[in-house]
Design a protein around this ligand. Sequence first.
Ligand SMILES: *[C@@H]1O[C@H](CO)[C@@H](O)[C@H](O)[C@H]1NC(C)=O
Ligand SMILES: *[C@@H]1O[C@H](CO)[C@@H](O)[C@H](O)[C@H]1NC(C)=O
Ligand SMILES: *[C@@H]1O[C@H](CO)[C@@H](O)[C@H](O)[C@H]1NC(C)=O
Ligand SMILES: *[C@@H]1O[C@H](CO)[C@@H](O)[C@H](O)[C@H]1NC(C)=O
Ligand SMILES: *[C@@H]1O[C@H](CO)[C@@H](O)[C@H](O)[C@H]1NC(C)=O
Ligand SMILES: *[C@@H]1O[C@H](CO)[C@@H](O)[C@H](O)[C@H]1NC(C)=O
Length: 778
Amino acid sequence: MGRFLILCLALISVFLPPALASQSYVVYMGANPELTTTSVKPHHVMLSSLMGSELAANEAMLYVYNNFNGFAAKLTPEQAAQLSEREDVVAVLPNRKNHLHTTRSWEFLGLEDSYGNVPKDSLWAKSNYGKDVIIGVLDTGVWPESKSYSDEGLGPIPASWKGECVAGDQFGPENCNRKLIGGKFFLKGYEAEEGRLNTTRTGDYRSARDLDGHGTHTSTTAGGNFVPGANTLGFANGTAKGGAPLARIAGYKVCWPSTADSGGCYDADILAAFDEGVKDGVNVFSVSLGSDPPLNPLFADAIAIGSFHALKKGITTVASAGNSGPTPGTVSNTAPWILTVAAASIDRDFRAFVVLGNNVTIRGESLANEELDASKLYPLIDAASAPAASSNSSSSKYCLPGSLDETKVKGKIVACLRGITARVDKSYQVRVAGGVGVILINPAENANELLADPHVLPGLGLTYESGQEVYNYIHTTKEPLATILPARTVVGVEPAPVLTSFSSQGPNSLIPDITKPDIAGPGSNILAAFTEAHAITEEPNDSRIVKYNIISGTSMSCPHLSGVSASLKALYPNWSPAAIQSAIMTTAAQTDNTKGEQILESSNNASTPFGIGAGNVNPNGAADPGLIYDNDYADYFTFFCALGFSKNNIKAISGESFTCPQQRPKVVNLNYPSLTVSALGQSETVKRTVTNVGAASSTYTVSISKPDGVDVEISPSTLSFSALGQKKSFTVTLSKVTATEGYVFGSYTWSDGTHSVRSSIIVKSGAAPRDVSADDLN
Ligand SMILES: *[C@@H]1O[C@H](CO)[C@@H](O)[C@H](O)[C@H]1NC(C)=O
Ligand SMILES: *[C@@H]1O[C@H](CO)[C@@H](O)[C@H](O)[C@H]1NC(C)=O
Ligand SMILES: *[C@@H]1O[C@H](CO)[C@@H](O)[C@H](O)[C@H]1NC(C)=O
Ligand SMILES: *[C@@H]1O[C@H](CO)[C@@H](O)[C@H](O)[C@H]1NC(C)=O
Ligand SMILES: *[C@@H]1O[C@H](CO)[C@@H](O)[C@H](O)[C@H]1NC(C)=O
Ligand SMILES: *[C@@H]1O[C@H](CO)[C@@H](O)[C@H](O)[C@H]1NC(C)=O
């Protein structure tokens, strides 16, 4: 860790970002001061005095933020260090790069039936499809010609809206309407680090227009209008629509093609987008991007900072958990005021089969739209046995570029191992070498995760186990033969949902006593609108432009929850972000579609809160949660005390004076809808408060499912309410009965006979943390 980012307010690690050699930095100075005089430009003055001239300061300044106190600028590490020593600077963040981490899914979630009818208790019916709520999507932009952005059936743009569609390359106000009401782009942070965007080389647009397709997919998943007959290459045909079909969409383009990899979304640009979105009047931010652990401290993390200052305005932020699972501790976007989303499957497959010469038929997944002659068998080889002269079998078994020998591959079906390169690139390599089909085999690491891919020739993906059967057949048969039967869309698949293996997992590496992710939603093989700027795969020769694409990721599950949050916001305009989060978490589904079995992970093990959070989203349940665990802006101040922030830290970040209690509060006492004790000593008593949002007069009793080796007592065990909005508190005492190795899981549920309000309990035994009084820290 370098020494140049010394923080002035208090030398506690909570603010210390990892030192990176950046060319640009975000200077974060906390909340806006109470009285801002608009005539002076304090940040420019600050920078001028640092740089010695106003001109130099103007050149260096990238953004001055409005919704909080701070700016982004091109600085040397020495200048960054100097600024970080100032009294009024909370943190100086290197301008770090983040990454981007249908539609049957709504029917699967119960918002409509299979005929597209919407039941009376549907969140959609109750919220009028999220009418007039504004969803701001931080992503790669929008493809405005998509029918999913049609404004049919929408009234005038809400009067509160102050945003616009900013003119740029092939995009401007003429591309917007009453559905797509905003389009802005932010790339000063990108260009400070990577140089000027080369539109010729990258093909990208200097505007909110979406080259990549990711932003079009996520934004239409959140708030797309109804589009009948949407499909990808004929697959998943149906009416596409978002989670809040009558909501409005504003695209904030913050991710750009990066020289190093597939794309980059820089902190300075992300914060600028949050800033503009707040000013424009966004109600829900949808953020399908993030960084991977090691995570930056809360107030050195752009998404945590942006969402915290949005929270003050009552704006919900929904973010993806990341695609680094199933390794434990990989979850990102872990601030408690963010709704953090894991990815699960729905009950739809794109099922294809390989038939081997011994008549064994093996099931796989595919979106390939070319077909082999199914009445005929083709020679089948393991790609490991067909290396080009210039390559070797360890490269060719993965079908890496240039690794295959044409003479050995021509006319054959080729089995390639998944990994290293893009799945669709392997099928392209087989095609280049003259092969007729591809069988893509999972390695042991992601044994059961099957993603349907639009291969450029007939082909399919197989699980690890099925793949071993194919390899076995090849290696024990003199003349191995096979054919591939074309893929078909199948619905009603069991079990579903299943947590995807790529979905990032807890525990929360930053704040162990706040378990993340919070919730799971559909994120596997999701259909939504796409860019028409390039073909479905970006392989050479692929000319298949699609209006809708089927892709997977927590990037896809995140906007499902953004849409649900927007619909809840339409139904309950006065609910806080914490109330929306609580309603979604406490009503989540625990069981799959097979006779009420507990939701599985793709390993076939039962899911835990580290994978699936509170469970799979149940939107209609969230519309009527009964009780909520609420928090307002100021409630997070006590949480900051628990993290060890000083009075000055809290004043700086929040803009408000707050004195931490003498006895240092505990993170676990944040009024969160789940309960985590990551180091349980002998016992721990936790306080929670619920607010009645169900029937005015109601009585709830609690039932407990104890984690192994832990006793749980809740007092009182009955809560009686006589009015809406009434609050009641209770305590949960966890006592260690037997020391456990690793984490154990349980739950407690309040029920009035109509509503079930469930919270996960997550516990690990350990030494009780040292009690620190606030005095130690100031
Ligand atoms: C942009 O990319 C094109 C094509 O790769 C290249 O010819 C051109 O020199 C680049 N421009 C700049 C300014 O780097
Ligand atoms: C999709 O479904 C619609 C309505 O049922 C039908 O008219 C259309 O032909 C279908 N398209 C495809 C490609 O299957
Ligand atoms: C496979 O099945 C076909 C049709 O049922 C049959 O004619 C053929 O002999 C079988 N081949 C093997 C190897 O069992
Ligand atoms: C195989 O080829 C690759 C790429 O040319 C090379 O990196 C690797 O070391 C080779 N492996 C063996 C076992 O020769
Ligand atoms: C790619 O397209 C070109 C031109 O249409 C064609 O000559 C070539 O054979 C194609 N290559 C592959 C691998 O399909
Ligand atoms: C599944 O559960 C078994 C038994 O608890 C455990 O040994 C195994 O590691 C688990 N597998 C995964 C992938 O988590």
